[in-house]
Design a protein around this ligand. Sequence first.
Ligand SMILES: Cc1cc2nc3c(=O)[nH]c(=O)nc-3n(C[C@H](O)[C@H](O)[C@H](O)COP(=O)(O)O)c2cc1C
Length: 290
Amino acid sequence: MGDSLTIRIDEALALVSRDDGRTWALSQSAAAEIRQIVSGTEQSDELHLMTAVAAASLAEAHAVRPRPIPTSVPATVMFSGPEVKLGPLARPITRSFGEVIGSRRSERSYRSLGPGDLATLLVTAARVQAWRESEDGYQMTARPVPSAGARHPYELAILIDDVTSLRRGLWHFDPTRCTLIFRHCDQVRLEPAIAAVREAADLRSAPPAIIFPVAHMDRTLARYPGGSTLVWRDAGSLLAVLHLTASACELSSSIIGTSGVLETTAATQDVGALAVGARGRSRTAEKRGA
Ligand SMILES: Cc1cc2nc3c(=O)[nH]c(=O)nc-3n(C[C@H](O)[C@H](O)[C@H](O)COP(=O)(O)O)c2cc1C
């Protein structure tokens, strides 16, 4: 596995990597030659269940190691805009863990949320509880959710459609200050994300809120060069904790398997989502059950 190479060529990138994360840029001529080979190859009738990407992910997971030489990357992003403080709105959760884990289900019928519901969910599941600087200068944080190397490579983008007293549009959750920061309400930019979530969960209309974990790959890769699978595994932890916390708050929620439906860059992308609302049958009920 150590000598295996994975090649990624798209409009913006032409890269070749070893499983341990060492990466080189391919020349335009090499990329063009590889494209030519692929376009000239007859597709086999055989169904390949093990794709090159899946094989590379398994090999990368096997090879993942911390980088010996520290490299620094920022551990947070900063947005400015109108803010709502969530701390004072959050309520204590009284349901026992046994009750929550014993009754959790994916639910796809949503009524509008109160700001206290959203505050309780985000503050309970995603706040920063403590921090310290690591040897590479990275701000390591402790949160309710575990993360490989405490790198916490996800920021939460919250797409609000129907939360009492909160403006519709895209918000950012600041996990240190426990505030929501308004980003924009440009429906043209947001509609593809709403449509993708509705389609994936078979919903009649937009859920009251959708929480999108947005991956910042560099946070984890700066410490683990072959660590992209750690980022995927972190997404599972984060979404599971958000979903269980929603259940503990007696909210209706479902993990959604979309990815890259909000605006993305080469290094940041939404990975999955959590659709959330208050419990009860409503206009958003999934089509198949309605
Ligand atoms: C990674 C992941 C992706 C999922 N994607 C979707 C999805 O796109 N649409 C959807 O309706 N449910 C989605 N779900 C929810 C599953 O369909 C659900 O967990 C499964 O049917 C079992 O039901 P339960 O969660 O009620 O036990 C997803 C769950 C996980 C863990």
